[in-house]
Design a protein around this ligand. Structure first.
Ligand code: PEP
Length: 246
């Protein structure tokens, strides 16, 4: 099953107007040289401006989170419909920083994924084990529990992407071995197979300290269909170098 590689940048809470737009433009300028699909997910404040700067390019824009409801009394929140209105076609959901900082449960992530689909967005659902869970030999079980709890019924490859992000690898410079990534991704695909039809076509990204120097090795793993990139997505040259390694 051919799956087009997706390289997605998670800018997190970084970027002010001019610099964010310039970063998006620099990514767009290099996009024609890479075969992978490219996506940047700026902070919500920049989404409309970044999406406008990317218009007509091969780079998509996405959000970093959304509320489960379309509108209403939810101070500070942003709905999936608002993200779509601002130019997003994807939204990252259940990132470990959301799960930790905002207490997001699998059930909340699932509701957000349903909201994303309602608004016509593809959901990038993040899962991953903590260091304590890995050291206790619980990695595959944790991934299975998170997947079963976070992926709504009715999933399809067109609107679901999974990002495997070991929590201990995010922003730390540490990465699992290729054998560990391979085992996690195989397990994720096998669990997905029990949750939906067409699981072979779902893209499973690896995220956690991916950079130009290790991207080739990680992206060569059979069930790794791209990357979710944090720190290295803030420099267009590094982000494009990761995409070129795919
Ligand atoms: C992330 O937060 O999604 C991530 C992968 O971060 P980093 O690449 O900085 O480890």
């Amino acid at each position: 099953m051919a799956r087009r590689t997706l390289i997605a940048g998670n800018w997190k809470m970084n970027g002010l107007g001019a610099d964010g737009v310039a970063l998006a433009r620099d990514v767009a300028a290099g996009a024609s040289k890479v075969a992978a699909e490219l996506l940047v997910c700026p902070p919500a404040t920049l989404l409309a401006r970044v999406a406008a700067a990317l218009a007509g390019s091969a780079v998509a824009a996405g959000g970093q989170d959304c509320h489960g409801k379309a509108s209403g009394a939810h101070t500070g929140d942003v709905s999936a419909e608002m993200l779509a209105d601002a130019g997003a076609s994807y939204v990252i959901l259940g990132h470990s920083e959301r799960r930790t900082d905002h207490g997001e449960s699998d059930a909340m992530v699932r509701a957000k994924a349903e909201a994303a689909w309602r608004a016509g967005l593809a959901a990038i659902v993040c899962i991953g084990e903590t260091l304590a869970e890995r050291e206790a030999g619980r990695t595959l079980g944790v991934l299975e529990t998170q997947l079963k709890g976070s992926v709504p019924a009715g999933a399809s490859a067109a609107r679901l992407v999974i990002a495997y992000e070991p929590v201990w690898a995010i922003g730390t410079g540490k990465t699992p071995t290729t054998a560990e990534v391979d085992a996690a991704h195989r397990h994720i695909r096998s669990v997905l197979g029990g949750l939906m039809s067409g699981a072979d076509a779902v893209r499973i990204l690896y995220g956690g300290s991916m950079k130009p120097s290790n991207a080739g090795e990680l992206l060569a793993i059979a069930d790794v269909d791209g990357g979710l990139i944090g720190g290295a997505s803030l420099k267009a040259a590094d982000f494009l170098a990761i995409a070129a390694a795919a």
